[in-house]
Design a protein around this ligand. Structure first.
Ligand SMILES: [Zn+2]
Length: 234
């Protein structure tokens, strides 16, 4: 078993695992998501403002129709008032006219309120439209930067995978099987270097006796770390 080739394969696989993790957490991609979320918030606000304008305008239309009905009723009563002689009848008519007038004034206030709300919504839409354009441009730029960062990381990954496959092709199938099962058993790192007394896989020190036994092992044999069970490369 070629211990150095196995260790080299382990380092290549570790680098690939780290790159895969980074690929899922690229700052350029996170920035792009943030900008997109900001844009989404504004789009929702703008849609709500536009919907409110539609609703206010519909309410104003209803109010205008009601106002027209009240006005024609009042006109009719005012004409009638000119023709009545009985003071009691005149008083009743005047009272009715007064009621219509106060109803009309409530409608006028409502219409004015709706008009002011429409104007306020339009002003908010206007004041944000420039910021909105900036935000859209920012989101577009961020998405291009994010795509470029992904493409670069993927190209790097493909290159590293090809180099790793080359390393694998130089190793025997039985060794690769053991390596693969150790890697899945030990969270990606199945082969570690013995550095002095320390296993670089579990970062624990071996005893002098254990290290001596490992050093005495046959050259083609790869001993296991007595602490973690990883293959130890001398
Ligand atoms: Zn160990």
């Amino acid at each position: 078993m070629n211990a150095d080739a196995l260790l080299e394969l382990q380092l290549a696989d570790t680098a690939i695992d780290q790159l895969r993790y980074r690929l899922g957490h690229l700052p350029e991609v996170l920035a792009c998501k943030e900008t997109a979320a900001e844009l989404e918030v504004w789009n929702k606000r703008a849609a709500a403002l536009r919907q409110q304008i539609v609703d206010f305008e519909a309410a104003m239309e209803v109010t205008e129709k009601q106002t027209a009905v009240l006005s024609s009723q009042r006109d009719r009563l005012e004409k009638q008032l000119k023709t009545v002689i009985s003071p009691r009848e005149a008083e009743a008519l005047m009272h009715e006219i007064e009621t219509l007038s106060s109803q009309r004034s409530v409608l006028d206030d409502a219409e004015l309120g709706a008009m002011e709300s429409v104007a306020a919504n339009e002003a908010e839409l206007d004041s944000h439209s420039e910021a909105h354009d900036d935000l859209r441009a920012k989101a577009h730029a961020a998405s291009e930067v994010g795509d470029a960062a992904i493409a670069a990381a993927e190209a790097d990954l493909a290159q590293r995978c090809a180099a790793r496959d080359l390393l694998r092709s130089a190793l025997e199938a039985a060794v690769l099987d053991r390596y693969d099962s150790l890697r899945s058993q030990f969270g990606g790192v199945g082969v570690a270097k013995l550095n002095g007394l320390r296993c670089e896989g579990c970062h624990l020190d071996l005893s002098r006796g254990e290290v001596d036994a490992i050093k005495r092992a046959e050259a083609d044999e790869i001993p296991e770390c007595p602490n973690c069970g990883r293959l130890l490369v001398r």
